[in-house]
Design a protein. Structure first.
Length: 80
């Protein structure tokens, strides 16, 4: 088989292979973290109530980790 014929056949096969593949959904649901936490919990409350509580606790955790303002005023040296 000549190179030109091989190249044409190879490209045709490659294109056919790519077209035959179905797209794979790799998206993550918005509330995936809450669902995982609920599955790991004792499930003593309904999922909707658990999700509301979980999200509120997550927001409070993030807020608690916000950096403290330790910036120095621009004119601090002049005030000494």
């Amino acid at each position: 088989m000549a190179y030109d014929a091989f190249k044409a056949q190879y490209e045709a096969d490659a294109i056919a292979l790519v077209k035959s593949k179905q797209p794979i959904d790799i998206s993550i649901p918005y509330d995936a973290a809450a669902k995982l936490a609920y599955e790991a919990s004792d499930k003593s409350m309904a999922y909707d109530a658990f999700k509301t509580k979980y999200e509120a606790e997550a927001v409070e955790l993030v807020k608690s980790k916000q950096p403290v303002d330790v910036s120095i005023p621009y004119d601090a040296a002049a005030k000494l």
